[in-house]
Design a binder for this molecule. Structure first.
Ligand code: NDP
Ligand code: 8X3
Length: 244
């Protein structure tokens, strides 16, 4: 068994989750990484000796298997998630909404619920939920994703309240525009549409978000960072950006 503190990152096969995993490893943590694409996950985690495990956060059985033998966990980053579509409510695709809720909301609940004893055993444990500015302000076409990320904000607040007096810290990191596979997934593989999201401005990088996560989990034991909202300089809100 490793002497190092253990950190679990869901959705670590790309983007923000991969960057968080690399940064936590550089800060001395032993990483347990989960995602559905095990090949991509191993490309991320093998260089720093991570334990890469298949995980589908929408499946209770997968979550149970993933959490097997995790008895002490210092950091859990609930990162797995994303958006599907940018459709108006009248054109809403029910399966997209179900998938977004199942991943961003129920998935976060499933993994957290399974690991509460291990987080408490770490004394202190720390849960970092990756929210979004989409959980702070709604925008046209965003309703399904907005609802899911507003839920992440609410759940984070309830964790703080329910665990008060127990040794589990809780943080939400809520970024604006970050260039990852996010838009490619949202637009279902349409590369041209995805790249337009980031054209003419400098978005946040996944490493920028990882920096905030690592800062929040490396504060002194008595300090809890409740939330961090971060956006590129060129973005004032979900719908207001400055492009050259
Ligand atoms: P990516 O699409 O690059 O990464 C999403 C990650 O989630 C992948 O590793 C994917 O792995 C994983 N994932 C998706 N579904 C599941 C599932 N059912 N079970 C396990 N893992 C899953 O996007 P980002 O890195 O940008 O997104 C990471 C988080 O950041 C998400 O919660 C997103 O909502 C949030 N966010 C993103 C922003 C952005 O602009 N990019 C801004 C604000 C928040 P795999 O497919 O291998 O399972
Ligand atoms: C991603 C940010 O503004 O595209 O969570 O919803 S946004």
């Amino acid at each position: 068994m490793s002497e190092r503190k253990i950190a679990v990152v869901t959705g670590a096969s790309s983007g923000i989750g991969a960057a968080i995993a690399r940064d936590l490893a550089a800060h001395g943590y032993h990483l347990i990484l989960g995602a559905r694409r095990l090949d991509k996950l191993k490309e991320v985690g093998t260089p720093f000796g991570a334990d890469c495990r298949h995980l589908d956060v929408t499946s209770e059985q997968s979550v149970t298997e993933f959490c097997t033998s995790l008895n002490t966990v210092s950091v859990l980053v609930n990162n797995a998630g994303g958006a599907l579509g940018l459709d108006s409510i009248e054109n809403a695709v029910e399966e997209d909404w179900q998938q977004m809720y199942d991943t961003n909301v129920l998935g976060l609940m499933r993994v957290t619920r399974a690991l509460i004893p291990a987080l408490e055993a770490a004394n202190p444990g720390h849960v970092v939920n990756i929210g979004s500015i989409a959980g702070r302000e709604a925008y046209p076409g965003g309703a399904g994703y907005n609802a899911a990320k507003f839920a992440v904000k609410a759940i984070t607040q309830v964790m703080r309240m329910e665990w008060l007096g127990r040794p589990i810290k809780v943080t939400e990191v809520a970024p604006g525009m970050v260039e990852t596979e996010f838009s490619l997934v949202r637009f279902k593989g349409d590369e041209e549409r995805a790249s337009k999201v980031y054209s003419g401005l400098t978005p946040l990088s996944a490493a920028d978000v990882a920096d905030a996560v690592v800062w929040s989990v490396t504060r002194p034991p008595h300090v809890n960072i409740d939330e961090i909202v971060m956006k590129p300089l060129a973005q004032a809100s979900a719908t207001m950006v400055s492009r050259t």
